[in-house]
Ligand binder design. Structure first.
Ligand SMILES: O=C(O)C[C@@H](O)[C@H](O)C(=O)COP(=O)(O)O
Ligand SMILES: [Zn+2]
Length: 284
């Protein structure tokens, strides 16, 4: 199966109240672990690729790996630019074979965010590519850029609704109290904002900063209208802890397969548990 747009599964997620996971691809082992977990549970999923990860892996390797996963598994998989910062980077990804892009204009003024997102939507939709927009400021560390929680600002439902109506995005990330990275305590998620926006627009709300959110809050978020959830840090932590354990036990190990195999296994377990929690098993 070729890579698909998120519209292959997000409308179904919204209608049937489940969420599709966006799992970030940081290298080959992440990509393999994610597709292995999804194959076992017959789940659609999204490979999220940040601009930093794109630089690290190279755009051609990234697309080739995602295409190989889609072909081998037969699952509906979207390859999605995560937090794209410009029209140019979004177009570069689409030209290389991405089936979905996020344009994150949340650092611009509201009107400028609408104007820029609209341009991306117009070009992407003409090529059958889905688009995610973002409103409000999500706290935490994203691709090495940190936004402290005090400067994170929640999305206003009336603005989110107007943003959707004017841009026509396929899903909308709104700042509702989650943050990128692990939480020191518990996040304070504003379920009322999710519900107000989700009721008024036909596309799903996206929850960024999915790592470390307690299960019951995830379930409540999905019930309120979240249809896409992004997870990266929990996989990074599982991967690194597994590698550290092997190296701590035997300082003489030099074959990367000896520590990357347990790292990949640990990530398979993380992704499987998220797919089950999000309710997307057997939805492929
Ligand atoms: O940091 C990245 O490279 C990706 C994240 O921004 C992703 O979009 C996301 O929201 C994942 O959040 P996390 O699970 O808290 O890392
Ligand atoms: Zn994010």
């Amino acid at each position: 199966m070729p890579l698909v747009s998120m519209n292959e599964f997000l409308p179904k997620a919204k209608a049937n109240k489940f969420a599709v996971g966006q799992f970030n691809m940081n290298n080959l082992e992440f990509a393999q672990a994610i597709v292995e977990a999804a194959e076992e549970l017959k789940s659609p999923f999204i490979y999220g690729v940040s601009e930093g990860a794109l630089k690290y892996m190279g755009i051609d390797f990234t697309v080739a790996i995602a295409e190989a996963a889609a072909k081998k598994s037969g699952l509906p998989i979207a390859l999605h630019l995560d937090h794209g910062s410009s029209f140019e980077v979004a177009m570069k990804c689409i030209r290389a074979g991405f089936s979905s892009v996020m344009f994150d204009g949340s650092h611009y003024s509201f009107e400028e965010n609408i104007r820029l997102t609209k341009e991306v939507v117009k070009a992407a939709h003409a090529m059958g590519v889905s688009v995610e927009g973002e409103l409000g400021t999500i706290g935490g560390v994203e691709d090495d850029i940190s936004v402290d929680e005090a400067n994170a600002s929640l999305a206003k439902p009336e603005e989110a609704i107007r943003f959707y109506e004017e841009t026509g995005v396929d899903c909308l990330a709104i700042a509702v109290g989650t943050a990128h990275g692990m939480y020191a305590g518990e996040p304070n998620i504003h379920f009322d904002i999710i519900e107000a926006v989700s009721k008024a627009i036909p596309v799903p709300v996206v929850l960024h900063g999915g790592s470390g959110v307690p299960d019951e809050m995830i379930i409540k978020s999905i019930a309120a209208g979240v249809g896409k959830i992004n997870v990266n840090t929990e996989n990074q932590v599982a991967c690194t802890e597994a590698i550290r354990e092997v190296l701590n036990k035997d300082g003489k190990v030099y074959d990367p397969r000896k520590y990357l195999t347990p790292a990949r296994k640990a990530m398979v377990e993380v992704v499987k548990s998220k797919i089950q929690l999000f309710g997307s098993s057997n939805q492929a």
